[in-house]
Design a protein around this ligand. Structure first.
Ligand code: F6P
Length: 342
């Protein structure tokens, strides 16, 4: 078989580990030809390709980002996008695709399956908000980076008697904020799933200070929102999938907290630091297991599926299940984190 591989959406630690695994087993054990499409769906639309071989995918396991490049191109956003995808795949004799991405990239894959394409999906996102898998690869790395950042911010918070606000990624789901906040001992964690009341946030901080604490750490997901009518926030620009380009809630919180409590407050917006650099061992292993399962699924003709982690097992689930809704933070985990608030 001639099998295409693409990585779409935001880059993510572990993408190269998936590519390496797909190629190693696909070429080495099954004798398939592997072809990489550059820049996600854009590479399929524009027929930008590169051969993937065991030789040229050596030494990439530990490298962040993706050797194939990525983009947020959505072929359904232009009139000729999907016909061009179908044309490229036919002209290049691509029998099947391994599509590595989050809800947007896999959402496109799921629609293309209805057009008869033979696709297996691999769940990627630092946000961990893909349904049908317990965890996506990249999330563990992002949480570790954010936890390390909170640990460092503690130093300045303690030394200067400050409130330190740390804004982490997570536009629709607060997984990174919840996990890193819990691991880093944050005193308040704000996530998109639980609209916050700024009065409550400030009261928690004052309460800590009344009990003798001289500093506080507030972890906030970029997509966290105040309860309606409690704070003014700005409209953000939208990307091709209609997602807002976020980043800014931390700064608003800094100003509100300092203005309302009188405590000196600083914000750190962690941004793309969370997506960069080398994947943790956990993510390398998960990405490798996903990659091997994905090429097994292609080899067996089990298309329209996504590989997923369920408990200790790697399983295959219908791709349509994975994109039908977002996986938001498990309330029970957030409740554990909230035991330590204020
Ligand atoms: O989807 C992953 C993610 O890192 C989100 O957490 C974040 O909102 C978004 O990507 C940022 O996208 P970009 O890199 O396009 O600014």
């Amino acid at each position: 078989m001639r099998i295409g591989v693409l990585t779409g959406g935001g880059d993510c630690p572990g993408l190269n580990a998936v590519i390496r695994a797909v190629v190693r087993k696909g070429e080495g054990e099954y004798g398939h030809n592997l072809v990489g499409f550059r820049y996600g769906w854009r590479g399929v639309v524009e027929a930008q390709m590169t051969d993937l071989t065991i030789a040229n995918t050596r030494g990439i396991l530990h490298r962040g980002g993706t050797i194939l490049g990525t983009s947020r191109t959505n072929p359904y956003k232009s009139d000729d996008g999907v016909p061009r995808v179908l044309d490229t795949l036919r002209r290049e004799h691509i029998d099947a695709l391994v599509t590595v991405g989050g809800e947007d990239t896999l959402g496109v894959a799921s629609k293309l399956i209805d057009d008869g394409l033979r696709i297996v999906g691999v769940p990627k996102t630092i946000d961990n908000d893909l349904y049908a898998t317990d965890f996506t690869f990249g999330f563990n790395t992002a949480v570790q980076i954010a936890t390390d950042a909170i640990d460092r911010l503690h130093t300045t918070a303690e030394s200067h008697d400050r409130v330190m606000v740390i804004e982490v990624m997570g536009r629709n789901a607060g997984w990174i904020a919840t996990f890193a906040g819990m691991a880093g001992g944050a005193d308040v964690i704000l996530i998109p799933e639980e609209p916050f009341d700024i009065d409550d946030v400030c009261e928690r901080i004052r309460h800590r200070h009344r009990r003798g604490a001289r500093f506080s750490i507030v972890a906030v997901a970029e997509g966290a929102l105040p309860k309606e009518g409690t704070m003014v926030i700005q409209e953000a620009e939208l990307d091709q999938f209609g997602h807002a380009r976020l980043g800014g809630i931390g700064t608003l919180l800094q100003n509100e907290i300092e203005g309302r409590t009188g405590f000196e407050t600083r914000v750190t917006i962690l941004g793309h630091i969370q997506r960069g650099g080398t994947p943790t061992a956990y993510d390398r292993v998960l990405a490798t297991r996903f990659g091997v399962e994905a090429i097994d699924a292609v080899h067996e003709g089990d298309f329209g599926t996504m590989v997923a982690l369920r408990g200790p097992d790697i399983v295959r689930v219908p791709l349509s299940d994975a994109v039908k809704e977002l996986k938001t933070v498990d309330r029970r985990i957030y409740d554990v984190a909230s035991v330590f608030f204020g």
